[in-house]
Design a protein around this ligand. Structure first.
Ligand code: SF4
Length: 358
């Protein structure tokens, strides 16, 4: 079959809303950006017909940067020598959450390094204290790597770690998937949960009826085939569990990391990743436009190519900031960006229920 008719057939398949194969997804990387973006937006319309774009008011609280894993792609952990080692006390954590509560923020992401001395009780107490003082705050916190680390350190099953954290008040766990490709993980994060261990945590969360999200950090020297390998891994898990509420792709920022020789991914790479993610992940409803790493203007374009959520108006973030990227955005900016993309801004909660329309 001629190349042009293979492409036409794939286009029809996409516009008919049919599931595409990994091989077909790989071929999309050679499509023209506008054509791909239109296809991504069309698939978004099949998943959510409303032109609403949600956002949430949240805060990341990075409770420690002391981390046993010391990943090569991370500028935040203490051994990267950019930020002095620190640990927040419970009072310091509560003070940060109080600031969020005062502006009617609804979600907190407690995230930190893999601390060598913390026990399950350290994490359970942290969650319990937050919930005691701020019962209205939704805790979308920790990560599969942190849960795997606690389980290994404390010789406690992952199910028990998760059920104790849940009983203390943990509501859901971000996927923090990085790139679920063995070759890349060995290079960028050899001491962190590997692909199968990450999957084991996701299934343990599913057994405990908890929700998660899926992310994708690309631009770490992977091939297009490996990008699709990651997407396929997520799609298969979602078919079995329906655990992911959203998919959030972002590009790796090499500055200040041990991988600073890697050429940073471009805006075109980002937009293609959003559109291909939207077409391929036919079982995940929300795709977030990654304004934090890509900037607000690129995120705005992503809203026309398959993304349908802006994520959080973050009050504080240290991990991306450590790579030298500092993008700030307030509610008014979010509303303008969304409206100027021809969409309806909506304030949402962590379960994607709408709290307010603008
Ligand atoms: S990415 Fe996470 S696990 Fe890896 S060094 Fe940074 S804080 Fe530690």
């Amino acid at each position: 079959m001629k190349k042009s008719s293979i492409k036409e057939k794939l286009k029809q398949k996409i516009y008919n809303g049919e599931r595409i194969s990994s091989k077909e997804a790989i071929s999309l990387f050679s499509w023209d950006l506008i054509e791909l973006g239109e296809a991504g937006d069309m698939r978004r319309k099949l998943i959510s017909t409303k032109e609403e774009v949600g956002f949430i008011i949240d805060r990341i609280v990075n409770y420690t940067n002391i981390c046993e894993a010391a990943c090569n792609f991370c500028a935040y952990h203490a051994r990267a020598n950019l930020i002095k080692p620190y640990e927040l006390s419970i009072d310091e954590i509560l003070a940060k959450i109080k600031e969020l509560a005062l502006i009617n923020g609804t979600q907190v992401m407690l995230q930190g390094g893999l601390h060598p001395d913390y026990t399950l009780d350290t994490y359970v107490s942290m969650v319990r204290e937050v919930k005691k003082h701020f019962p209205q705050i939704y805790l979308h916190s920790f990560s599969p790597s942190e849960i795997f680390h606690i389980s290994k350190k404390c010789s406690v099953s992952m199910d028990k770690v998760i059920s104790e954290l849940k009983d203390a008040g943990l509501d859901s766990v971000p996927g923090a998937s990085d790139l679920l490709v063995d070759r890349i993980r060995k290079k960028v994060s050899p001491n962190k949960a590997n692909k199968d261990q990450w999957r084991d945590v996701i299934f343990a969360l599913h057994r405990q009826n908890m929700k998660s999200s899926a992310t994708m950090t690309y631009g770490m020297g992977e091939t297009n085939e490996e990008k699709v390998e990651h997407l396929n891994f997520l799609r298969n898990i979602q078919d079995e569990t329906e655990i992911f509420r959203a998919f959030i792709p972002w590009s790796f920022s090499p500055a200040n990391t041990r991988l600073q020789d890697i050429e940073p991914a471009t805006g075109i790479d980002y937009l293609k990743t959003v559109a291909i993610g939207r077409i391929f992940l036919d079982n995940i409803k929300y795709i977030q436009a990654g304004w934090l790493t890509e900037g607000l203007k690129t995120a705005q374009i992503a809203l026309t190519m398959g993304a349908n959520d802006m994520g959080g108006v973050l009050m504080e973030e240290k991990v991306v900031k450590a790579t030298g990227i500092e993008t700030k955005a307030g509610i008014e900016e979010f509303i303008d960006i969304i409206k100027n993309a021809g969409k309806i801004p909506v304030l949402r909660n962590s379960e994607y229920q709408i709290l307010k329309r603008y």
